[in-house]
Write a protein that binds this ligand. Structure first.
Ligand SMILES: Cc1cc2nc3c(=O)[nH]c(=O)nc-3n(C[C@H](O)[C@H](O)[C@H](O)COP(=O)(O)OP(=O)(O)OC[C@H]3O[C@@H](n4cnc5c(N)ncnc54)[C@H](O)[C@@H]3O)c2cc1C
Length: 389
């Protein structure tokens, strides 16, 4: 074999670079290669993300992950400083405002209690109190809301680049290369092969391939249950302006909207009928038919808007729509960090830290990713999370 490495990370999206940073920052001293097939990240989920960060989940493991990550994002510039330069991730802690119908109130209250018990600064609001936060809000059909002011949104590309720059400064080597085969012998990983035909010998491979994680699993001869599903994001101009910065408002229909730079808004909704596939074609009619009517009802000011830019990226979807973190049960040396659906951006700091701990110490210490273990589906321990947006 021409080249050897102590660890190879497949994928330089936010997860791959978070793992690289955390491994090196926590004491990994071997040769660490990060292989990326699309160095401008044209199709990576990270670059196409809406950048929302929230702690308002219904599953304790997700709440704990987000609490770790929000605290990390608050110090991101300082933690990722290289040669006196700090990345600017444009963290806007304007909050998430989650609205509920009368039928949704029991579940909202249950999640609120759980979030409070885990230390989240979330409030349960009456409809009129929700309108104090968003004065243009229509309260039609709304019985209550929760609001956490430390939630918000950020620039996903800047987070990914910040991690990469720091990981490089700590010794990670990034190569433009597509992995086409994962080599194995006697139930252990032994290396990878790139599209250029190069073989790299290694006993440790991290599958951080996002929506391609299932494909990488197949290259290794094992099942990684992650499928790509198209999701849209739309930005719009508001001719009269909004006059204040919107939090991330989540309508009971699943339509979300927040302020975007340049006085615009950013909106989207996960289509429950979207089929699995690598489809990046952005669909204007989905906005016109499924999103705008809901948006204009919830915030009547948006009856008049101009569609600006729109794009489609891929969620990486596991059977329970939650992360898969840990060593593959059937292949020693293959570690997974994938399957994050619409909450990977906000979980990247915690997920990367947890996987680094597992690799270095053989157990979780600061961040417990135990509930996200790859074998949970076989054990009948799938996660139930009500708020996958
Ligand atoms: C439209 C949209 C909106 C979203 N909104 C949010 C949000 O508001 N909040 C939030 O928290 N999350 C959001 N997400 C989810 C979040 O963006 C992802 O979970 C996260 O970015 C995943 O990061 P990743 O590094 O795992 O994947 P990616 O960013 O896709 O990185 C994987 C990388 O692996 C590379 N790769 C794949 N196969 C190979 C191979 N064989 N060889 C070499 N390289 C390979 C790819 O080129 C890619 O760059 C959104 C996602 C989308 C698509």
């Amino acid at each position: 074999m021409a080249r050897t490495a102590d660890a190879v990370i497949i994928g330089a999206g936010v997860m791959g670079s978070s793992v690289a940073y955390n491994l090196l920052n926590d004491g990994f001293r071997g040769k660490l290669l990060v292989l990326e097939k699309d160095p401008v990240h044209e199709r990576s989920s990270t670059g196409l993300s809406a950048g929302g960060i929230r702690q308002q989940f219904g599953f304790a493991g997700n709440i704990r992950f987000s609490r770790y990550s929000v605290a990390f994002f608050e110090r991101f510039g300082e933690l990722m400083e290289v040669d006196g330069e700090r990345p600017e991730i444009d963290l806007r802690q304007r909050g998430y405002l989650i609205l509920a119908t009368p039928e949704g109130m029991d579940a909202l209250r249950r999640r609120y209690e759980l979030q409070r018990s885990l230390g989240v600064e979330v409030s349960l609001l009456r409809p009129e109190e929700a309108r104090e936060i968003v004065p243009h809000l229509s309260l039609e059909g709304i019985a209550g809301a929760t609001y956490c002011p430390r939630d918000g949104y950020l620039d996903p590309y800047a987070v990914m680049s910040g991690y990469e720059k720091k990981a490089r400064s700590l010794g990670a080597e990034y190569l433009v290369a597509e992995v086409v085969e994962v080599l194995r012998e006697a139930g252990r990983v032994t290396g990878v092969v790139t599209a250029a035909g190069e073989r790299i010998a290694t006993g440790l491979v991290v599958n951080a391939a996002g929506p391609w994680a299932g494909e990488v699993g197949r290259m290794a001869g094992v099942e990684v249950p992650v499928e790509p599903v198209r999701r849209h994001v739309y930005t719009c101009r508001i001719p009269q302006g909004v006059g204040y910065e919107l939090p991330m408002v989540v309508d009971p229909s699943g339509v979300y909207v927040r302020s975007e730079t340049g006085g615009r808004i950013l909106t989207g909704r996960a289509d429950p009928d979207e089929p699995v596939g690598f489809n990046f074609a952005a669909d204007r009619s989905y906005f016109m038919e499924q999103i705008w009517p809901v948006l204009a009802e919830r915030i009547p000011l948006f009856d008049n808007l101009g569609l600006d830019r729109f794009w489609a990226g891929l969620y990486e979807v596991s059977p329970d729509h939650n992360a898969i973190i840990g060593e593959h049960p059937e292949l020693e040396g293959l570690y997974l960090i994938c399957g994050f659906s619409g909450h990977g951006m906000m979980q990247a700091p915690a997920a990367g830290k947890a996987l680094a701990e597992l690799i270095l110490e053989g157990r979780f210490e600061e961040v417990d990713a135990g509930p996200f273990a790859p074998d949970r589906f076989a054990r009948g321990a799938a996660i139930h999370e009500e708020t996958v947006i």
